[in-house]
Design a protein around this ligand. Sequence first.
Ligand code: PBG
Length: 324
Amino acid sequence: MFPHVRMRRLRSGKIRDLVRETELSANDLIYPMFVDETIDSTVDVSSMPGVQRLPLDKVVDDAKDAADLGIPAVVLFGIPEHKDETGTCSYGDEDIVQQAVRAIKEDLGKDMVVITDVCMCEYTSHGHCGVVDFETEEVLNDPTLDILGRIAVSHANAGADIVAPSGMMDGMIGAIRTALDDGNFKNTPIMSYAAKYSSAFYGPFRDAADSGFQFGDRSAYQMDPANSDEAIREVELDILEGADMVMVKPALPYLDIIYRIKHEFKMPTAAYNVSGEYSMLKAAAEKGWLDEKQVMHESLLSIKRAGADMILTYFAKDLARMLK
Ligand code: PBG
């Protein structure tokens, strides 16, 4: 009589459903949107099939589609008409993201959580996430903090429900918390891109957001993919500075980091299934090498199983449709 223990007993039919530990829901999803001030009609992002840059007047419809599918949140990225060395078009009341936030909130109100990416790279002519000293090509930490505070306040003022700083400057969460509190936005939460790695998986995003850099790379401020303990320190600091939610980015190659962060801090934890993770599945599916729906579901499920409470993903609408 062998074996007594048979794991296969629980693997069929409704029993399989009954013992499932992790389940994806549309409520877990955050849908990224690109709002482009330089276009009049929608433009496809060639390296991310299914992803588009939208002109301002198409933003509300797209957010409504997401809401109709049961997606509770969007994250907005802006592509401005004008870029300069210090990203001055990132914090004006009439700049592109601020207008998009207002449009979505006017139409959808409480039915859509609007999160804004707070960073300078889409707005600077050199494409870096902060103020640059051109002699040394250094991205200057402290002068950048003031600007990040201004951006966050301008987003909150336009109606953003959550601000999400992604620039990996030291002290950015504290600076933004202080700026928000001083601006009377004490109740606006901060979702920190706390453990953001210097990753080649961001390649297609830089097409989508037109945020490629003119020199160097981002390794002087984004994390070394080799490090895991350092992620713990990053997240710990951000929590001490006032982060309400923390993020790990990218997601799939960093499931161990998601797991560690969730277990160490028990914070609301987001994971960003980034552009390169999306494009590689899309490309393989286009070639007929992988089943797109199945690998999408399995990938996102794995991110949740690792410990993510929320997933930022370009698959948000596809997954929500599949779960309906
Ligand atoms: C901007 C930002 C980036 C991403 C999100 N916010 C790009 C970068 O750091 O170069 C990447 C998202 C993706 O690849 O999907 N700071």
